[in-house]
Design a protein around this ligand. Structure first.
Ligand SMILES: [Zn+2]
Length: 333
């Protein structure tokens, strides 16, 4: 299965009420999110180029099994142990070169506007600036109301991850196929900028809110590293309930090495982060107090790695913060 394709999660598709989009759910792919029996979902083959009135985050990264997660955990520990001993490892190769000064607290962001041939899908510079500001606010542990810590009822407290972003460049392309995320391997390879430390954001018009690659995949496939984001999800965009720019925050979370909070369902390893509440499935909407794994005192719906509406999203946990620092050290520095 082409790794650029995302899996179907019909639970989410229906929950997000895709309507009139031409998004055909293929028979045989219907299963709960997180199930290993899920099939792959090809948004192009499914006729998803015409997006509906509501976009879905769907399953927005390549298929990954519990066995592979275990392998990645082991590999990451080995890499970090080697680095701690001062054993030099070759830097990821094959990609471009990062701007001078690129670092975890100074992450270059390249925004690629993939427009239609007639220029549809363009966002304003003000929206791009607001998106960068949103990333910085969210990764610093504040929400749109200036709340930090356990304000707004967050359990556990919002963490300042230390990740900081700056706009390194904006470009645009006029191509109907690229605009609708067709030929994505080609367009990403041809337009990507920077090296492993650079976050590339391709703004497209598809039936997803976003799709991301993982940091451990950079070394073998640097040309497609980054996140694809529905252009109308940027701050001030037209994606109802999803237009505060938090889709990019969520997708950047994957790019930095985080899984969904519902990865693995109600298992002990779950998303490999101890302080995020386990969830049996993705959250839809903003159901305060949802507790799908019967774990007292935890309120998972505010976490950026769930699928809640943008206004409900307001935290990464300390455990997630620690994980992305480790993943940066292992795979992007
Ligand atoms: Zn996701």
């Amino acid at each position: 299965m082409n790794r650029n394709l995302a899996r179907a999660a019909v639970v989410l598709m229906s929950a997000f009420a895709l309507s009139g989009s031409g998004l055909a759910i293929q028979p045989g792919l219907l299963s709960a999110a997180g199930s290993s029996s899920e099939g792959c979902f090809d948004p192009v083959a499914a006729g998803a180029a015409a997006r509906g009135t509501t976009n879905a985050r769907a399953n927005d990264h390549r298929d990954i099994t519990a066995a592979e997660i275990a392998r990645i955990e082991k590999q990451t520990k080995a890499i970090l142990a080697a680095k701690a001993k001062g054993q030099a490892r070759p830097a990821p190769s094959g990609g471009g070169t990062d701007p001078a000064g690129a670092a975890f607290n100074h992450i270059p962001v390249y925004v690629h506007q993939m427009l239609s041939a007639s220029g549809a899908g363009r966002v304003t510079q003000a929206q791009i600036d607001a998106q960068i500001a949103e990333l910085n606010q969210d990764y610093a542990g504040a929400d749109q109301n200036g709340h930090t810590g356990t304000a707004n009822g967050d359990q556990p407290a919002k963490a300042n991850t230390g990740a900081q972003f700056y706009l390194a460049g904006v470009d645009e392309y006029l191509n109907n196929s690229w605009h609708t995320d067709r030929q994505s391997t080609t367009y990403r390879s041809q337009t990507r900028k920077g090296g492993p430390k650079s976050l590339n954001i391709w703004l497209v018009d598809f039936s997803y809110l976003g799709i991301a690659t993982f940091p451990w995949d950079y070394a073998r496939n640097p040309g497609i590293d980054g996140i694809r984001v529905q252009y109308s999800s940027l701050p001030g965009g037209s994606a109802t309930n999803f237009n505060l720019g938090k889709t990019a925050t969520h997708e950047a979370g994957h790019w930095l090495g985080l899984y969904h909070t519902f990865q693995g369902g109600c298992t002990s390893t779950n998303d490999e982060v101890a302080d995020t509440p386990a969830q049996s499935s993705a959250t839809s909407g903003c159901p305060e107090g949802r507790n799908s794994c019967s774990l007292p005192g935890l309120d998972p719906i505010h976490n950026y790695m769930d699928y809640s509406y943008d206004p409900c999203y307001d935290e990464f946990t300390a455990g997630q913060s620690s994980r992305i620092s480790s993943m940066w050290a292992a795979y992007r520095s």
